[in-house]
Design a binder for this molecule. Sequence first.
Ligand code: ACO
Length: 326
Amino acid sequence: SKRAMILGTGRAIPEKILTNADLEKMVDTTDAWIVERSGIRTRHIVEPGTPLSSLAAEAGRKALEDAGLAAKDVDLIILGTVTGDMKFPATACFVQTLLGAGNAAAFDLSAACSGFVYGLQLAQSLIQSGVHKHILVIGGEVLTSMVNWEDRNTCVLFGDGAGAVVLGPAREQRGILATDIGADGNFSGLLYNPGCGSLNPPTIENVQEKLHTMRMEGREVFRHAVLCMTRTMKKALKRAGLSIEDLDLVISHQANLRIIEALGKRLNLTEAQTYINVDRYGNTSAASIPIALDEARRNGQLKQGDLVGLVTFGAGFTWGSSIIRL
Ligand code: ACO
């Protein structure tokens, strides 16, 4: 049995930039507050009505180009998202059509910010077992479609984007060495969007009450994010038989600079081991890690043979980690 390795990466970032100064005109906030509490300076957002599938397909196309593979070579598309084009069908099916990946099965994976890392574990095991050969794992969100633009507690934090990797059978010592994923549904009420499903269907009343937008208890989410990411990273490292010093780079979910810093302290990470782009993109949920991974590879911060640790946390709560030799 062969483990899976990353054959290529890609990302899609909308052109339009929303600055803290723009947000100052929309809600009662300041650039200083946003920077101090979150580290975010800008986020990229789509024009309203732009479907996630267009971003996800662009990221996927670039990852395939990078891997030197044709769309027809892909036999499975897994799209981690909570902001698909429609309730159904799965947005991964739209992506399949946009790419011309006619040989691929396709589905969406709902694990909020952890969607990409969940997808990696699943894809790794499907390749290792020989069930699939080339899997496109995408994390993508149009979070601005579910933001309450009157709620300063949340609207300053999020952005749109997509990132993708193509996985295939590993060569040499490369590949996904270990993974860990977990969940605790007892905390579902701290971060959620109540009003798009069967519990609160989008009736006029529910939409007027903004039930279709996201809710978050920021402080509690912050605390659990640091705890759970520390734990899951250590678990995956142990499974790989490695320690934190072995990692060339740790890409954690880019939700908030202070969470990234607190995690760095707990794990004893050096500055050089810590990837940060939350200042430019804000929190893009399932897209944040594959966007950062693609950036780090293309800007030379990561090269073939490097060891990278991915670690995430999101609504559910869900969390996960992955240790990869590039
Ligand atoms: N501008 C100005 N003031 C604000 C703003 C804003 N945009 N938002 C909140 N405030 C106010 C609050 O109303 C509060 O005022 P009060 O004390 O009078 O009630 C005050 O600022 C402090 O609010 P706190 O919530 O205590 O501020 P905190 O330091 O915790 O920072 C933040 C808030 C940035 C949301 C932080 O808690 C956080 O980042 N939490 C994690 C959020 C997150 O990352 N969620 C997603 C993770 S998982 C995923 O990605 C889905």
